[in-house]
Design a protein around this ligand. Structure first.
Ligand code: CAA
Length: 258
């Protein structure tokens, strides 16, 4: 991998977009490496939480690579969008919980990667935007779909129609960032949150992630049916037995992830 660093820390995997000279701009190769890395990590049984961040102090990722896109036609643009979506879909649906550690600019395709993560923790200097209309295009990595689901249609339209940047506090106020922390505490905050989630029954966490994701795609009645099915599946796990027996015996649970 040229542009992605993977660091394994017991139950955590830290994936870093590493192209700081271009503010971690996302060209096709970077997207392909993100996709390959996420697939690799998804197959690692020991990894429960993935933290995605950007190299350097300034940017998570400043968007798709404009120097690449300027030369591209409609077919290539659509192909690039396919890669953006593939990376986003993986972050959203993979077995592990995904946390975006937003260490600066999260613009365009960079913002879209954060939108696909389960949780977003912003450093206090982070800035979010979908500035595509300032370049004559529209968001292509799920931004028109996921931003509205997270912060509401009216606010999403304003951000996308203006292309304006918002700071970390505004992102928090809108419900886009789960937490805002001082920049030198960002990774430790993400690690601590990741470790807490990893200490829970991870198959149950995955079932909960699947059920919550369904709420964004299907109606309430069918979502409730899905929840019942997934809860039934949770009841069939050893972790359910262990979690409840441990509670009744007043001891900590020893989960086995199924
Ligand atoms: N693509 C390519 N290169 C980029 C880039 C991008 N998205 N963002 C920054 N860079 C490069 C700059 O060209 C510059 O390179 P050089 O040093 O070789 O000139 C380097 O990164 C540093 O950037 P700046 O000098 O511009 O830094 P700054 O502090 O003055 O500004 C910034 C920072 C506000 C983030 C500014 O760089 C910027 O506005 N970047 C573009 C943001 C953007 O429009 N992103 C959306 C792209 S469209 C998209 O993402 C669509 C999609 O998903 C399909």
């Amino acid at each position: 991998m040229e542009f992605i660093k993977l660091s394994l820390e017991e139950e955590l995997a830290v994936v870093t977009i590493d192209r700081p000279k271009s503010l971690n701009a996302l060209n096709s190769q970077v997207y392909r490496e993100i996709i390959a890395t996420l697939r690799q990590v998804e197959a690692m049984d020991q990894v429960k939480v993935v933290i995605l961040t950007g190299a350097g102090e300034k940017a998570f990722a400043a968007g798709a690579d404009i120097a690449q896109m300027v030369h591209e036609d409609a077919v290539a643009g659509r192909r690039l969008s396919g890669l953006c979506h593939e990376a986003a879909n993986l972050l959203e649906s993979m077995r592990q919980v995904t946390i975006a550690a937003v260490n600066g600019f999260a613009l365009g395709g960079g913002c879209e990667l954060t939108l696909a993560c389960d949780l977003r923790i912003a450093a206090d200097h982070a800035r979010f935007a979908l500035p595509e209309v300032t370049l004559g295009i529209i968001p292509g990595g799920g931004g028109t779909q996921r931003l509205a689901r997270i912060i509401g249609v009216g606010r999403a339209k304003e951000l996308i129609f203006t292309g304006d940047q918002i700071d970390a506090q505004e992102a928090y106020r809108l419900g886009l960032a789960n937490h805002v922390v001082p920049r030198d505490e960002l990774m430790e905050t993400c690690r601590a949150l990741g470790k807490k989630i990893a200490s829970r029954a991870s198959y149950a966490v995955f079932l909960a992630k699947t059920a919550i994701n369904s709420s964004q795609e299907i109606d309430l009645k069918n979502g409730a049916e899905r929840e019942k099915d997934l809860l039934g599946l949770a009841f069939a796990t050893r972790d359910k037995q262990e979690g409840m027996e441990a509670f009744l015996a007043r001891r900590p649970p020893r989960f086995q992830d199924f």
